[in-house]
Ligand binder design. Structure first.
Ligand code: ATP
Ligand code: MG
Length: 256
């Protein structure tokens, strides 16, 4: 769904994982390019982007850029990406292009975070096919669940056709304002509906989180002591802890 905090979460979760000393790649898979500009990467016409990688015109290795944050790299995007849906409509392997590209750099990164557009289009399909899991940000508002059942149907179809192991990483409550009854009511409904899948961490509504991208910075770089920074650091911890529980001793060699 549009405007629920996908990009804010992609940037700041990626930055929080990088701050935990992982090598992290953020893939900007939204033609709006908000993850790209939000990390201070200017859009210049002569730069390789995800668009050219998906068209197989350039290699992903030659397209990834470092960011100002240690350990955090980005595969940038610009508005040309909007043409992907049409350009690839009859192309071979059109659903697995991001997955095959990422396999080339899999040994360089422990985490890859993909920021999706607000549509269940070919870009989002490529992201779901390439991923181990899906993180679903939900804004605590009246129409919170709008679009979620379509997303779940899409996840099920991707599991059947392309990616049987695709998991739900969790549901993240964003723009949380505990002074309002509506937020608390929506939270109660979501926790009842999704149960354990809702992260304990909630992301507060704070102006600092909205400001950070205009300075080209993650919240950890912009205001590391803010409530927003704390929330995303906590979310990263929660995800890392989940993962440790999920890894059984005999498969520990595949652990990160
Ligand atoms: P789109 O669907 O357009 O890609 P999105 O789901 O990526 O949107 P964001 O861009 O992260 O959503 O957030 C939408 C707007 O809300 C932005 O202006 C952002 O700065 C603001 N915002 C996001 N999270 C918070 C928050 N926790 N507190 C205050 N403002 C927020
Ligand atoms: Mg976005």
């Amino acid at each position: 769904k549009g405007g629920v905090g996908k990009t804010t979460t992609a940037i700041n979760l990626a930055a929080a994982l990088a701050a935990s000393e992982f090598q992290v790649l953020l893939v900007d898979s939204d033609p709006q390019g908000n993850s790209t500009t939000g990390l201070g990467i200017e859009k210049t016409p002569d730069r390789n982007t995800l668009y050219q990688v998906l068209l197989r015109e350039v290699s992903i290795r030659d397209s990834i850029l470092p960011t100002a944050s240690e350990g955090l790299s980005i595969l940038p995007t610009d508005q040309n990406l909007v043409a992907t849906n049409l350009d690839l409509v009859d192309a071979e392997e059109r659903e697995i292009r991001l997955k095959t590209a990422l396999e080339e750099v899999g040994d360089q990164f422990q985490y890859v975070i993909i920021d999706c557009p607000p549509a269940l289009d070919l870009l989002t399909l490529n992201a779901l096919v390439a991923s181990n899991s899906v993180l679903i940000p939900i804004q605590c508002e009246f129409f919170a669940l709008e679009g979620v059942s379509q997303l779940m149907d899409t996840v099920d179809r991707v599991k059947e056709s392309f990616n049987p192991d695709l998991a739900i990483e969790g549901v993240l409550l964003t723009m949380y304002d505990d002074r309002t009854n509506l937020t608390r009511q929506v939270e109660a409904d979501l926790r009842e509906f999704f149960g354990e899948e809702v992260f304990k961490t909630v992301v507060p509504r704070t102006i600092r989180l909205a400001e950070a991208p205009s300075f080209g910075k993650s919240i950890l770089a912009y205001d590391p002591r803010s409530r927003g920074a704390e929330a995303y650091i906590q979310l990263a911890k929660e995800i890392l802890a989940h993962e440790q529980r999920a890894v059984k001793p005999e498969s520990a060699q595949s652990a990160r």
